[in-house]
Write a protein that binds this ligand. Structure first.
Ligand SMILES: *Cc1c(COP(=O)(O)O)cnc(C)c1O
Length: 449
């Protein structure tokens, strides 16, 4: 018998590894039958005949209001009996789903949020993709959706980007949002683990965000996002629908996001779909600290941006450097009262939210049940340094192992004339087939071109 630490419900790294190993043998009590793995080399490709509209003016992108997805998406069906079917890259379009599909009733859904960046050297990059694909496996395990190889998912993301990247990322400095999603599809009411599922990846245009300071509204006493033993650490749809009512109140009152508190002690956890950081002077030692909530209780999301901020700060900010005073990097529980004290004693230097969608956003104000808390500096020194370093890595100005280049053989900066679009996409796919970076994934591509 597997040791308790390797039980899938534990979600430890060992349990997740165990879950991958078991992914082909979990169904129907069959333990010796090999089910199909997620396999990018089986990809079938259908290029669109009606390209979607690219919005060159990023201010026209109605993020959150209009569907600004790109020309293609990738779908992969899974069934308990057969495992993963051949992935399909095809024109973006609606899903055929039974009204009794599991995800529509029991929230068997999880997702990821990543970005692809067009670098200043013309290359297309994704940021620490292995962190996102591994986290997606943790999320899917938490809600009884099937396992998959994270590196196979990464490969599929790269193939989709290589197809749509040339048209949809025409200029240095722009980016696309990447949304890998997994849903339980099997049509049968009855509360049980989904017997069918579908993985899909869509890409969407995203507005270039202007430097905007965020104002946060601390969550109400009667409202909670996550709790120990729950699923706050997983990127599952079930975490977000119920939080929209609080988000709506925040917007109506002139704030940008909710700062989620936990427990009567008002522990500070995270802000909207971002992790939350403060820079303050420690009450006892007077030393400058970069502080964020710990992952221990599994009530906050293990953000890739959060990790990257912590790692960069440990690497580059813990020794004094000219004007920049060294700081300590601390993951620990702290409360709203600690924040209020720090602000009153003039020790609260900076605050920011960190996540893929809205990157590093400086926080200029937090409202907590009648009190306003202001960090001393909006767009502070440490916030600015961390933001600049991350941006340089994402856009290829600093060469770094976190930024993974996605090869696109057909990319040209001026390839955007509308009537050439389809031919260019077809040509790009042909060249991708010859690109060693995409073998073996595309060796057996059956392009209907
Ligand atoms: C996605 C998300 C984050 C940020 O994670 P990143 O990997 O940095 O994008 C933080 N908190 C919540 C609740 C999230 O959904």
């Amino acid at each position: 018998m597997a040791p308790p630490s390797a039980m899938a419900s534990d979600l430890t790294p060992a349990a997740v590894a165990n879950s991958i190993a078991k992914s082909s043998t979990e169904a129907n009590n069959v333990t010796d039958q090999k089910l199909a793995e997620l396999d990018p080399s089986k990809l079938k490709v259908t290029i669109t005949k009606s390209p979607r509209q690219f919005l060159a003016d990023s201010s026209k992108i109605e993020w959150g209001k209009a569907d600004v997805s790109t020309d293609h998406w990738i779908t992969v069906k899974w069934s308990e009996a057969a495992g993963w079917a051949a992935p399909e890259l095809k024109p973006y379009g609606p899903i055929d789903l039974w009204p009794t599909a599991s995800c529509l009733h029991y929230a068997t859904e999880c997702f990821e949020g990543m970005k692809a960046y067009r670098g200043f050297d013309g290359s297309l990059r994704i940021f620490r993709p292995a962190k996102n694909t591994a986290r997606m496996l943790v999320s899917s395990t938490r809600i009884s959706l099937p396992s998959f190889s994270p590196s196979a998912l990464e490969e599929l993301i790269k193939i989709l980007l290589a197809t749509d990247g040339p048209k949809w990322l025409p200029e240095p400095g722009c980016f696309l949002y990447i949304r890998p999603t997994l849903i339980g599809t099997g049509g049968a009411l009855g509360i049980h683990r989904p017997r069918e599922a579908m993985l899909f990846i869509v890409l969407a245009q995203f507005p270039v965000l202007y430097e905007k300071n965020m104002k946060l509204l601390a969550s109400r006493e009667d409202s909670i996002r996550a709790w120990p033993g729950g699923f706050g650490f997983a990127k599952v749809g079930a975490n977000y629908g119920p939080s929209l009512i609080a988000q709506k109140e925040a917007l109506a009152r002139g704030y940008d996001q909710i700062l989620w508190l936990f427990d009567k002690s008002c522990q500070v956890t995270e802000a909207g779909a971002s992790n939350f950081f403060v820079v303050w002077k420690n009450k006892d030692t007077g030393r400058v600290e970069l502080v964020t909530a710990p992952l221990d209780d599994k009530i906050i999301l293990d953000g890739v941006t959060r990790r990257s901020v912590l790692e960069l700060a440990k690497d580059r900010l813990t020794v004094s450097n000219g004007e920049i005073q060294a700081l300590d990097v601390v993951e620990r529980k702290y409360t709203m009262m600690d924040l209020i004290d720090a602000a009153k004693e003039d020790r609260l230097l900076e605050a920011f939210a960190a996540g893929t969608a809205f990157f590093i956003s400086s926080v200029s104000k937090v409202h907590f049940r009648g009190e306003d808390i202001y960090p001393k500096q909006a767009n502070g020194t440490y916030t600015g340094l961390l933001k600049g370093w991350l941006k340089a890595i994402m856009f290829g100005e600093e060469s770094h192992e976190w930024a993974v280049v996605v090869p696109e053989t057909g990319f040209e900066f001026d390839a955007s004339a509308a009537d050439k679009e389809i031919n260019e996409m077809v040509e790009n796919l042909r060249r991708m087939k010859d690109n060693p970076a995409f073998a073996p994934a595309l060796q057996r591509v059956q392009a209907e071109v």
